[in-house]
Design a protein around this ligand. Structure first.
Ligand code: 5AD
Ligand code: SF4
Length: 453
C-alpha cells in the first residue's frame, strides 16, 4: 500500500541531504513524498540545534502536529511523528517527555534504521535512537534515488573535532569522519547519470576531508576535487563549509588549476578580534585569515568570499566588535551570514559569566549587517556588464523566462525560450536586483562552461 511521507527540514544543507536520504530509505517500504503534513502518514521534522530560534521552531511545529495527529486518530488513521537531526541527538529522551506527540526520536547517525523504527512505532511503541554506531551510516543508506534538478548535494564528511567553544556540532554530529573516495565517486557518477551537472560537497569541516584513497593512503579535498572533475557531464563542483585552518596548499592549488571548481568560497571567520578568536578556540588569528585570503586570491583572482559572523560572544567589547568591522572592510565579502551569539547547552561558552546583553548584541548585529549588505550590493553591481555561464535550474515567473545560477551562486533571471533545465547558457548581466541578477542571452554554450570571466 502506498503511504505518504512529509519531511520538514531545518538548518543546514547537510540536513537537506539527510532528508533526501531518509526519503530514499523509506521508498522501498512504499512511502512516497507528500507536499503537506495533512496528507502524510509519516511526518519527520529534521531539526537544527545550532542557534536558539532553530530549536524553538521545532517545538511550535510539534504543537501544530499534535492537533493534526488527534484529528487523524478521530478518523481512525495513524500518523507517525518522528524528530530527526541535531535537536533529536542533543535532547533524546527529554523530547519524548516534553512532547507526547512524538513517536520516534532519531539521531543523524542511524537514519538507515528508520524503516524498523516506523514499524515498531506502528505498534504504538515510542522509540529513541541516538546512537553513534560503529558502522558507517553512508554504507547502510541506499544510493540516492530522488534527484530534483541539475544541482545536488553530496555529503563527503561529517562531524567535527574542532570544538569551537560556542558550537554544538561536535556533540550532535560526533567526531570527524570522511567517506572513502570510491564511495563518493560512485555516488557522484550516479547523480550525473540522473542529470546532475553541479555537485556541492558537504561537510561540517569539509576541507578537513581526508578519506581513504583505496590504495592504503589518504586523500585530501584538493585531490578529491580533481578525481571528481574527471567525471564526464559533471561541470561544476562546490564545497561547504570550510574552516580557515584546513585550507591547505593542495586545495588552493585546485582553485588555481581546476575550472570546474567554482570561484566562490564560504570561509567562516566568526570574529575579527584575536582575543575573541582565541576565546572561541578557532585556532587562528585575524592576520592568519587575512594572509590566507591573500593566498587564495593570488591563486584564483576572481574568487568571491562568503563568511559567517557571530556578534556578542561572551566578553566581546566594543573594541573587539570594531576589530570585526575592520576585518570585514579589509577582506570584502560577496555574501555573509551573521548571528547574535546564543548560548547552547553543554558548550563551554554558555557557562561564561560575562554574557553580552541582548540590546548590545542586537545593536552590533544591525551595524554589521548594514556593512555586509552594502558589500553584497556592491558585489552584485560589479557583476553588471560581465558575461557568465548560467546553469538553468527552474522556470521563471513568466513564459520563456528561466532561473539559473551564476558561478557565484547568484540567481540569474534570463529569457531563454528554447533552453531546458540543466542547460548551460551564456548570459550578459544587465542589471542587479537586491537578491538576484538579470541576464540576457549571449548564445548557447553547449554543456561546457567558460570557467573564468
Ligand atoms: N550562536 C550563534 N551563532 C552560532 N553559530 C554556531 N553556533 C552558534 C551559536 N551558539 C553560527 C556560526 C557558524 C554558523 C553555522 O552558525 O557562525 O559558522
Ligand atoms: Fe562548530 Fe567550530 Fe566545528 Fe564549525 S569548526 S562545526 S563552528 S565546532
Amino acid at each position: 500500500m502506498t503511504q505518504k511521507i512529509f519531511i520538514k527540514t531545518y538548518g543546514c544543507q547537510m540536513n537537506e541531504y539527510d532528508s533526501s536520504r531518509m526519503a530514499d530509505v523509506m521508498a522501498p517500504h512504499g512511502f512516497v513524498r507528500a507536499d503537506t503534513p495533512e496528507e502524510a502518514d509519516l511526518v519527520i521534522l529534521n531539526t537544527c540545534h545550532i542557534r536558539e530560534k532553530a530549536s524553538d521552531k521545532v517545538y511550535s511545529e510539534l504543537g501544530r502536529l499534535r492537533s493534526l495527529k488527534t484529528a487523524r486518530a478521530g478518523e481512525g488513521r495513524q500518523m507517525i511523528v518522528a524528530v530527526a537531526g541535531c535537536v533529536a541527538q542533543a535532547e533524546g529522551e527529554e523530547m519524548l517527555r516534553q512532547a507526547p506527540v512524538i513517536d520516534i526520536v532519531v539521531g543523524p547517525q542511524v537514519y538507515h534504521r528508520l524503516p524498523e523504527m516506523v514499524a515498531r512505532a506502528r505498534a504504538r511503541n515510542r522509540i529513541v535512537d541516538t546512537e553513534f554506531p560503529a558502522v558507517d551510516k553512508f554504507d547502510a543508506l541506499p544510493e540516492s534515488r530522488q534527484v530534483e534538478g541539475p544541482c545536488a548535494f553530496l555529503t563527503i564528511q561529517e562531524g567535527c573535532d574542532k570544538f569551537c567553544t560556542f558550537c554544538v556540532v561536535p556533540y550532535t554530529r560526533g567526531a570527524e569522519y570522511s567517506r572513502p573516495v570510491r564511495q563518493i565517486e560512485a555516488e557522484a557518477r550516479n547523480l550525473v547519470l540522473r542529470g546532475v551537472r553541479e555537485i556541492t560537497l558537504l561537510g561540517q569541516n569539509v576541507n578537513a576531508y581526508h578519506g581513504d584513497d583505496g590504495n592504503g593512503g589518504e586523500c585530501g579535498l584538493g585531490p578529491l576535487v580533481d578525481v571528481l572533475s574527471r567525471i564526464e557531464g559533471l561541470e561544476r563542483i562546490r564545497y561547504t563549509t570550510s574552516h580557515p585552518r584546513d585550507m591547505d596548499d593542495a586545495l588552493i592549488e585546485a582553485h588555481r588549476v581546476n575550472d570546474k571548481l567554482m570561484p566562490f568560497l564560504h570561509l567562516p571567520v566568526q570574529s575579527g578580534s584575536d582575543r575573541i578568536l582565541d576565546a572561541m578556540n578557532r585556532g587562528h588569528t585575524r592576520q592568519m585569515y587575512v594572509d590566507l585570503v591573500a593566498r587564495i586570491r593570488a591563486a584564483r583572482p576572481d574568487i568571491a568570499l562568503s563568511s559567517d559572523f557571530i556578534v556578542g560572544y561572551p566578553g566581546e567589547t566594543d573594541e573587539d566588535f570594531a576589530q570585526t568591522m575592520d576585518l570585514i572592510r579589509t577582506v570584502g565579502f560577496a555574501q555573509s551570514f551573521s548571528f547574535k551569539y546564543s548560548p547552547r547547552p553543554g558548550t563551554p561558552a554558555s557557562a561564561e559569566r560575562k554574557q553580552v546583553p541582548e540590546e548590545t548584541k542586537a545593536r552590533r548585529l544591525e551595524i554589521l549587517q548594514a556593512e555586509l549588505t552594502a558589500q553584497m550590493r556592491r558585489f552584485m553591481e560589479s557583476c553588471v556588464g560581465r558575461r557568465f555561464d548560467i546553469l538553468l535550474e527552474k522556470p521563471g515567473r513568466y513564459p520563456g523566462q528561466m532561473i539559473g545560477r551564476s558561478p557565484y551562486l547568484q540567481s540569474v533571471n534570463v529569457v531563454a525560450p528554447h533552453a531546458r533545465i540543466g542547460d548551460f547558457v551564456t548570459v550578459d548581466i544587465v542589471a542587479a536586483l537586491p537578491n538576484s541578477l538579470k541576464g540576457e542571452l549571449a548564445g548557447r554554450s553547449g554543456s561546457r562552461q567558460v570557467g573564468r570571466n
